[in-house]
Each structure stands twice: as C-alpha cells, then as structure tokens.
Write a new protein. Structure first.
Length: 94
C-alpha cells in the first residue's frame, strides 16, 4: 500500500489528498515526498453521519495543523443549523 501511495506522487499532480486517519508516520512521509515533488497537500477528515462537537472539531483542526499539510479539509454531515454553525465557527481558528 505504501509503495502504491508513493507511486501516485510520481504523476506530479498539483494536489494530493491524504486522509488524516492515515498512520502518522506514513502520512508524514507522503506529505514530505509530495513537497519534494512540488505537489501541494490536502489532509482531510470525513464523518458522513453527523457533525462532531465543537471541541472535537477543534481537535481535528489542530491535528491537521500539526500534519504540516498545505490545506486542511473537514467534511461532516450537518443535520441541523447548529451543526453548520459549529463547522463555520472553525473559520475563526483556521
């Protein structure tokens, strides 16, 4: 799997999207290799059934910062207006 992921970087795409839940050592290696090839990195986190609490979202955001990716992406399933506000509130920290 690691070889396949690193092989993908040889295409020299403008961006590569790496799941935040990827094992930390592998994620770091992929981000470093992407940078070395001039590829921008997106580290993403997905939750397709609901929207986590505000503290949980902040924790995810800070983990994305620590990954040193170019862009962080958080995707949730908003069930209510308040779910949308929790995600939008992250902009004050992003």
């Amino acid at each position: 799997m690691k070889k396949k992921l690193k092989g993908t970087l040889q295409r020299r795409d403008a961006f590569v999207d790496i799941e935040l839940k990827t094992e930390a050592g592998l994620r770091t290696a992929l981000i470093q290799e992407a940078r070395a090839r001039g590829t921008q990195t997106i580290v993403s986190w997905h939750h397709f059934t609901n929207t986590p609490s505000a503290p949980a979202l902040r924790s995810i955001l800070h983990e994305q910062y620590r990954s040193h990716a170019t862009i962080g992406k958080i995707v949730t399933m908003a069930q209510t207006f308040h779910d949308c506000l929790r995600v939008l509130d992250l902009q004050t920290e992003a």
